[in-house]
Design a protein around this ligand. Structure first.
Ligand code: SAH
Length: 658
């Protein structure tokens, strides 16, 4: 399952019966999970020869309760094949808080149900249950209210963007959503993408951010009823917690803290200075995106220690860059020392501008001009300035899932590909294909469809979101690597100087049109075959013509993709003429339109007559080779030329096994 389960590692599976262990085996293998069984089961479960496989099966020797206690703290997820009641008793003493506990999932012994038992949202158990259920062909059992409402859980809605959960009555706001009560959203920073993908009738009321910025009260005015609950999405630390209304705070990471300091300034002093500035200006520490400074401070111990402890990125800039940024409080002394009149302010602005919205001009983002701190008891002195970026820093490494959805029906799409769609934060593709996979979509996902001609824009958008830190699924029909989006995305990544690792890429194959079309008429591709797209939008016609001729001469069974559109009508005529020069007019041809879709149409005809059949952009044309024959409604290409008489259908000599 590769990247699909990366968020849950390390992952432990636990089974106490042979049937339960067998049930979890294949999942553990693909998930790189350790399967724990009682000692007595080890020999039953381990089959000879398996020592060399990747699968780790281990025996626990102490009581399971104690064994779990040992694994609990450093594991991301637990998957049990055990009665749910038994699991509840086992984990009860270990549970601490939903923000820190690992995901706990229970699979019933018959493999019909996968229960998200604990840490469904923040721990990801709902997601893990969906993933395992897809792999086992089971039903995920999710009992959280938001899952049933088709809404993103309020404690998850900022997760794709790396927002941090702040203070508030999280249970109260979730309960208000579950009751269908109005929830006011005051969003002062961060992406609003999540707002545009909510189902109709959602309970959120959005206030435009400018309206709220200077308003004295957080409540709706002009006669509106008081909201039952509020969601603040803000870099500030609002002081407006009211007991009458359930409120929560999400903090998008938009604040870049610029630091200038004397050599040897203590980490303690830097930390206190930041805390004080944030307190004075009512800003939330959780909204910090990172620390910014001049490159000669990249080895400043106090700064490095702080970044490590607070898990913040450190962005450094050379003096030449900082010198070019206009700031409110330049200093000639600083300039004489390090070659730029500003370090803290200029570095904060530079870091903030790097996260400006791609479609908006970078603006002067300085929020708090420089403040100088000293403490007689601490060595050094520190200058702090804060800039606010337009786009939040997600703190996540993006992933691109390049997915083939198969011909149309969901049951023709691989379980791995289905899982990848469910897992993604954002789905990008042509609207027809997104409609076909609609049942896989999950509340809270960003779904962007672009018109059929805008493939390159689709690839660029996917990469932009992945570079920002999101997990993005790019869907193509059929196989994504056969006239699909995989090539476009990888080409574009290459052009951008991609290192092959970030964003991470995983390709999920799908059943291509030539296979799905072939399956509807029998076995026309049984021997050597090729695919040729007749679209000359991205390929010169001379090249296509040359390939058609070569395929016809070489007697390849040939699948023609993109055979005809409203404006491209001549190419299929030329293709027929080329093939007629080299193949018998009676050569069987299958015209398969919309294979595995509701409007599927299939015709078997011959090379000289096939143009009489309507052909469009949803059609694949399969041209047989010289020994392809039809039989009733079927089209069969013999497996070999030797030892098989295509006319009589009899085998004369033994063949290699197939
Ligand atoms: N990536 C796709 C091909 C995209 S090119 C794949 O691997 O199948 C688009 C062409 O694919 C169409 O013009 C048509 O020739 C073919 N095609 C796609 N889906 C099809 C279907 N369900 N039935 C028949 N042909 C199909």
């Amino acid at each position: 399952m590769g990247l699909l389960l990366a968020d849950f590692q390390p992952l432990a599976a636990i089974a106490t019966t042979p049937a339960g262990a067998k049930r979890l085996l294949s999942f553990c293998q693909s998930a790189d999970a350790t399967l724990w069984v009682p000692e007595s089961l080890l020999d039953v479960v381990k089959t000879p020869g398996e020592e060399n496989t990747r699968l780790a099966i281990k025996a626990y020797t102490c009581p399971l309760k104690d064994h779990l206690a040992n694994l609990w703290a450093d594991h991301g997820a637990f998957v049990f094949s055990l009665a749910a009641g038994a699991v509840v008793r086992l984990i009860a003493p270990l549970l601490q808080h939903k923000s820190t506990d690992p995901a706990v999932v229970v699979v019933d012994e018959t493999g019909q149900f996968v229960i998200s038992l604990c840490s469904g949202h923040q721990g990801g158990a709902d997601q893990l249950a969906r993933l395992i259920a897809r792999q086992l062909g089971a039903t995920p059992v999710l009992t959280g209210a938001s899952a049933g409402l088709g809404l993103p859980a309020v404690d998850m809605l900022g997760a794709p963007f790396g927002w941090q959960r702040g203070e508030g009555n999280w249970t109260g706001v979730s309960a208000a959503v579950a009751r269908g009560e109005t929830v006011q959203v005051v969003q002062q920073a961060g992406s609003t993408l999540w707002q545009s993908h909510l189902p109709a009738g959602h309970p959120f009321y959005f206030e435009r951010r400018e309206e709220r910025e200077n308003a004295p009260s957080p409540y709706l005015e002009v006669g509106a009823a008081l909201p039952h609950a509020q969601i603040w999405i803000t870099p500030k630390q609002p002081l407006l917690i009211s007991s009458a209304i359930a409120q929560i705070q999400w903090h998008p990471r938009v604040l870049w803290v610029g630091i200038g300091c004397e050599r040897g300034t203590s980490r303690q002093l830097i930390e206190t200075a930041i805390q004080q500035v944030f307190k004075t200006h009512q800003l939330a520490l959780k909204a910090i995106a990172g620390i910014a400074t001049i490159d000669i401070k990249a080895d400043e111990v106090g700064i490095i220690e702080l970044c490590q402890d607070w898990q913040l990125p450190l962005k450094t800039f050379p003096a030449e860059t900082l010198r070019g940024i206009s700031v409110p409080t330049p200093s000639t002394i600083v300039e004489a020392e390090v070659g730029t009149p500003s370090v803290a302010e200029a570095a904060a602005i530079a870091a903030g501008n790097a996260f400006s919205h791609p479609l908006m001009p970078a603006q002067n983002s300085l929020l708090i001009p420089k403040q100088i701190y000293r403490d007689p008891e601490q060595p050094g002195a520190v200058t702090i300035a804060i800039a606010q970026s337009q786009q939040e820093y997600t703190g996540r490494t993006g992933t691109l899932f390049l997915i083939g959805t198969g011909p149309g029906k969901l049951d023709q799409m691989t379980p791995a590909a289905q899982t990848a769609v469910t897992q993604a934060d954002a789905i990008i593709g042509y609207s027809l294909y997104i409609d076909l996979i609609a049942p896989l979509l999950r509340a809270g996902q960003i779904v962007e469809s672009l018109p059929i001609t805008q493939e390159r824009q689709r690839a660029e958008r996917a990469i932009e979101l992945a570079n920002w830190g999101l997990t993005v699924a790019v869907v193509s029909s059929g196989d994504c690597g056969i006239y699909g989006m995989a090539g476009l995305v990888l080409e574009e990544l290459r052009a951008q100087g991609w290192d092959g690792k970030v964003p991470a890429v995983q390709v999920f194959p799908g059943i291509s049109a030539l296979q799905s079309a072939a399956s509807r008429v029998g076995a026309p591709l049984m021997h050597d075959f090729c695919a040729i797209s007749l679209s000359d939008l991205l390929t010169p016609w001379e090249v296509i013509e040359k390939r058609l001729t070569a395929a016809a001469i070489a007697d390849f069974v040939t699948a023609l993709y993109n055979p005809r559109s409203l404006t491209r009508t001549e190419q299929i005529v030329s293709a027929q003429q080329i093939f007629l020069k080299h193949r018998h007019p009676n050569t069987p041809v299958a015209i398969v339109r919309s294979a595995y879709r509701d409007d599927e149409e299939i015709t078997i005809t011959t090379l000289d007559k096939f143009k009489e059949i309507p052909i469009n952009m949803l059609t694949t044309v399969l041209i047989g080779n010289s020994s392809t024959r039809t039989h009733a409604d079927w089209m069969i290409t013999p497996r070999g030329y030797l030892g098989f008489d295509a006319e009589s259908g009899k085998e004369s000599t033994p063949r290699e096994p197939i």
